[in-house]
Write a protein that binds this ligand. Structure first.
Ligand code: SF4
Length: 745
């Protein structure tokens, strides 16, 4: 028997697990009571780790398509096939002929985060797509424009706030998104126990709403109108007061003037929330000693996603709650950026729209294009059309808009490669599928989520089991070798050395780096004998805000975090609560918070007509999240799909009566994009005029090799979503507020 301490890789909460093994068997998975962050908390998904390890459907051997069938092959055969198919295509049609789609699990994967970029750089394609433009890009864009980087996202300080206003998020089920916080139920209850208040705005009475003091139904897609109306209230009633923040703000007067155009009395009809309630919510937000607004998926996956995401932080600024305890604060992650030295932060800021998508002309955002464009980039003739697709831990045929169009488009590709755990709805079309190591076969450190964490912590987990194939970083670098023209048997170790050398060179030549001017070769030698992700992680930690700076910080009272230190602390290292970081964390060119970014302010014009919208009896579709599910990829684990069917159409009883739908019956749901049949579930927990179907389902497609998932297939809600509808500033898909028609079957 052996005990292993791991960080759970299944969602953003980063809970500590105690995994008991015997030989190659997982005996049990429990919460790690000594974990410095989660203190033993886990949710039911954690038990899926054992079933994922045992899952007979999980891929262990590469698959190559021969005579139309995916058949087992050796790793060498698989890479030879990739080289045989991909290299001529790149040579003849150029780099943009090959698109890449990065799925959400990549960001939970240390090798994926560290070595995925090496593949993308080696490929050099502009056709990079990811799950980020499905559900979170608006927040990254608004934060990037306001604060200077794509991860400078203000985080609700839930552990110290007195008033938490949540829009479009269900953290009791998600355990936080762009807000890493194990045990959200406990944290929200603690707000109320210390006399604070939790308010939820959502078209559904979610589990979070049931725990809250107050819940307001809101018409999907109108969060920006509500938030603007709240900001207007603050300004009109003399409650807007950023306090000491004022000296760090650009554009305050402009924003205060702009929001005056959105009085609650005009927004109420569109939102479905009475004007007096909107004003009261704004007054209470301003009056609370410490308050914060948190908006998430529902505020991003809509036509005004960037506006809504921006207005969340406008409210945090206007109430003086940005960068203060109990308000919206910035993490200082062990592997994140240091504060800049001197009197104020400044940097290059973010540059968006460096290129446009070929067909629709949508702008690039943080190096990628909106995934809503992918189908048209494959289908539309032209020398520079997309001819091949590489998916890394992604299932875009289920998780991106207008799934049926994308499926037709993918059918016309000249080559498709997937790295994945399963043959799923997307990878069944691939010509080569490389099995990804399962989580217990890889080391873990949450590079991304500790930058979004409500407390500064760091926790590293070594792999529990030896993988059956190459380590993930090795297979990614082997792929980088193919796409860079080195053939199927590139020297992976040499590419790794090059990656590390480039990173170290960048550090020693970066002004303000703690190793500025040091000898790169000496630093690389100090990282010996580590290789792969551990070597890069050690480097990042050592030059990070708590790092030993390769000895420069030792003995002077500064912290001295290294990977060695994390290995000595299997329950993690607590780096303390957030502290105010303005202005030193800013990376805007001005060194100020840009409260009125030009592209966002310009988009306000699009919001004005929404104020005249009235609820007209039409039905609109939204998604929903379940505690036992995270997108599409956990549905082959029996523990997570057992029980009653969860992929149902939620509808209010009044709407059901009007439309002739019965509880337990079936409905034909149609939209501009497509139609599906779904089982009907009546609930007064949804706003009249709104129906909800969870996304990530529809596992009954031929060729899918996920037996459990196929038995609990559900329907693919993204057959109904429309790839032509995006939030124009971020390019994010619009998945909420889709007009639908319903009829009984
Ligand atoms: S809340 Fe998230 S991180 Fe924690 S156990 Fe559940 S799935 Fe894992």
């Amino acid at each position: 028997m052996a005990l292993h301490y791991r960080t759970c890789p299944f969602c953003e909460a980063t809970c500590g697990l105690e995994v008991e093994t015997q030989g190659s068997e997982v005996v049990s998975v429990r919460g790690d009571k000594e974990d410095v962050f989660s203190r033993g908390f886990i949710c039911p998904k954690a038990h899926g780790l054992k079933q994922l390890h045992e899952d007979p459907d999980r891929l262990r051997t590469p698959l190559v398509r021969r005579d139309g069938e995916l058949v087992e092959a050796t790793w060498d055969e698989a890479f030879e096939e990739i080289d045989r198919r991909l290299s001529p295509l790149l040579a003849e049609h150029g780099r943009d002929a090959v698109a890449v789609y990065l799925g959400n699990p990549i960001v939970h994967n240390l090798s994926g985060v560290l070595y995925g970029p090496a593949v993308l750089r080696a490929l050099g394609s502009r056709n990079i797509y990811s799950a980020s433009t499905v559900d979170q890009m608006p927040k990254q864009v608004s934060s990037g424009l306001m604060f200077g980087t794509m991860l400078s996202i203000p985080l609700a300080d839930v552990d110290r706030t007195d008033h938490l206003l949540i829009l479009g998020a269900n953290p009791l089920v998600s355990n936080g998104s762009l807000l890493t916080a194990p045990d959200m139920r406990g944290r929200l209850r603690a707000i109320r126990e210390r006399g604070g208040k939790v308010v939820v705005v959502d078209p559904r009475r979610t589990r979070t709403a049931e725990e809250a003091d107050e819940h307001h139904f809101i018409r999907p897609g109108t969060d920006a109108a509500l938030l603007a109306a709240m900001a207007c209230t603050l300004v009109e009633e003399g409650l807007a007061d950023p306090g000491p923040l004022r000296e760090h703000l650009n554009g305050l007067d402009e924003v205060m003037e702009l929001v005056r155009g959105f009085p609650p009395e005009r927004a109420a009809g569109a939102c479905g929330i009475p004007a007096e309630e909107i004003r009261r919510m704004a007054r209470e937000l301003a009056a609370a000693p410490r308050a914060v607004v948190y908006g998430r998926v529902g505020t991003c996956t809509q036509e005004f996603g960037t506006l809504a995401s921006w207005l969340v932080d406008v409210l945090n600024v206007l109430t003086g709650n940005l960068d203060r305890e109990g308000g919206a604060m910035f993490a200082q992650a062990a592997a994140g950026q240091r504060n800049s030295s001197g009197n104020g932060g400044s940097g290059r800021g973010v540059r968006l729209g460096r290129w446009d998508s070929r067909v629709r002309g949508l702008p690039e955002v943080f190096g990628e294009l909106p995934v809503s464009c992918l189908a048209e980039e494959i289908e539309t003739p032209g020398e520079d059309k997309v001819r091949a697709l590489i998916t890394l831990a992604g299932n875009p045929l289920v998780s991106t808009p207008n799934a049926e169009r994308l499926q037709r488009a993918v059918g016309g590709l000249e080559f498709q490669l997937a790295i994945d755990l399963y043959v799923n709805e997307t990878t069944r079309h691939a010509d080569v599928v490389l099995p990804a190591p399962q989580p217990l076969e890889r080391s873990h450190f949450d590079l991304a989520f500790y930058q979004l964490s409500v407390r500064n912590v760091a926790n590293y987990s070594p792999a529990v089991f030896e993988g059956e194939g190459p380590a993930e970083w090795e297979l990614l670098l082997r792929l980088a070798g193919v796409v860079s023209g080195q053939g199927p048997n590139a020297d992976v170790a040499a590419i790794d050395d090059l990656v590390v050398s480039t990173l170290v060179q960048r550090e020693v030549s970066m002004p303000g780096s703690p190793v500025e001017g040091r000898d790169a070769a000496e630093l690389i030698a100090e990282l010996e004998p580590r290789r792969g992700p551990e070597r890069i992680l050690d480097l990042i930690l050592r030059v990070g805000p708590y790092g030993d700076a390769f000895g420069a910080a030792a003995g002077n009272g500064s912290p001295a975090l290294t990977l060695d230190e994390l290995e000595r602390n299997p329950h993690g290292v607590d780096l303390g609560p957030h502290r105010p970081r303005l202005p030193e964390m800013l990376r805007t060119p001005s060194g100020k918070v840009e409260l009125a970014p030009e592209s966002i302010v310009a988009d306000l014009e699009r919001l004005r007509p929404v104020l005249s919208r009235k609820l007209n009896g039409d039905m609109v579709l939204i998604g929903r999240r379940h505690l036992r599910s995270n997108n599409s990829w956990m549905h082959n684990l029996p523990a997570l799909v057992k029980g009653k069917d969860r992929c149902t159409l939620h509808i209010h009883p009044d709407d059901a009566r009007r439309l002739g739908l019965d509880d337990g019956g079936r409905a034909l749901v149609s939209s501009a994009a497509g139609r599906i049949e779904a089982p009907v579930e009546l609930t007064d927990g949804i706003m009249p005029g709104v129906v909800s179907i969870p996304h990530g389902w529809g596992h009954d497609a031929p060729g899918v090799r996920m037996r459990v998932a196929s038995e609990h297939a559900g329907v693919n809600s993204n057959v109904l979503t429309d790839e032509t509808k995006v939030d124009p500033v971020s390019g994010n898909a619009v998945l909420n507020g889709i007009p639908v028609r319903l009829q009984p079957i």
